[in-house]
Ligand binder design. Structure first.
Ligand SMILES: O=C(CO)[C@H](O)[C@H](O)COP(=O)(O)O
Length: 232
């Protein structure tokens, strides 16, 4: 579920800009995907060049491996239940800063990590910023529930598709050992209400609608725009 048209220079610009938010002593959630990978690599450079001293909490196997390669010290939510900051990518962000994540099937951990942070930043290129959300909502489900969960998602007006592996027969298996359904709801008029309804379906582990974004680093053609949520 990746958007192949996304501009890679813009992803790099947004990802690297957000790396400047990290200060000595912070504990920082490290997101998953190709945009935030630039943040993690830039943080690795800052560790080498400036002796930046911080700890990361990875949101996936991918983020963990990249952080290890970048010589970033890692910790866990058990050791540090409250993070100073979390930085991640997104599949779509709307003008009210509602977000769809999970293109990399990591949204369950990404949600737990971002909700543990005092400040949650998303890095994205302009193609992700939309008036209203239309991206199919990734829903992680436990394997035995996928038929039931699929029916219930249809009752909510969605068209669920079980995400298939690449170079693997059968479904994608998440880092938590579950399946992911991508559910097309067309244009989502009320993301909060839809999120609440999906959460009630038996077998759903987590869905990819996020309402906890604090600040968007958006790489536009004219430069970086930082959009902050009004105080909650
Ligand atoms: O939610 C995610 C992974 O679950 C990613 O952050 C999202 O898919 C964006 O990825 P990319 O930066 O590669 O476009």
């Amino acid at each position: 579920m990746k958007d192949a048209s996304s501009n890679s220079a813009a992803k790099k610009a947004a990802g690297e800009a957000a790396a400047e938010l990290v200060r000595n002593g912070m504990v920082v959630g490290l997101g998953t995907g190709s945009t935030v990978a630039w943040t993690i690599k830039r943080l690795g450079e800052r560790v080498r060049e400036e002796d930046l001293d911080f700890c990361g909490v990875p949101t996936s196997f991918q983020a963990e491996q990249l952080a290890i390669e970048s010589n970033i010290r890692l910790t866990s939510l058990n050791q540090h239940p409250v993070l100073d900051l979390a930085i991640d990518g997104a599949d779509q962000v709307d003008i009210n800063l509602m977000v769809i994540k999970g293109g990399g099937a990591a949204h369950t951990r990404e949600k737990v990590v971002s909700c543990s942070a005092k400040w949650f930043v998303i890095v994205a290129d302009q193609s992700k910023f939309v008036e209203r959300l239309t991206w199919p909502v990734p829903v992680e489900v436990i394997p035995i529930a996928f038929r039931l969960t699929g029916r219930r998602l249809e009752e909510l007006g969605g068209k669920p598709v079980l995400r298939q592996g690449l170079r693997k027969d059968g479904p994608v298996i998440t880092d938590n050992g579950n399946f992911v359904m991508d559910v097309d709801f067309g244009t989502i008029e009320d993301p909060r209400s839809l999120a609440a309804k999906i959460s009630l379906i038996p077998g759903v582990v987590e869905h990819g609608i996020f309402d906890n974004l604090d600040e968007l680093y958006l790489a536009r053609a004219g430069g970086m725009e930082r959009i902050k949520r009004a105080l909650r």
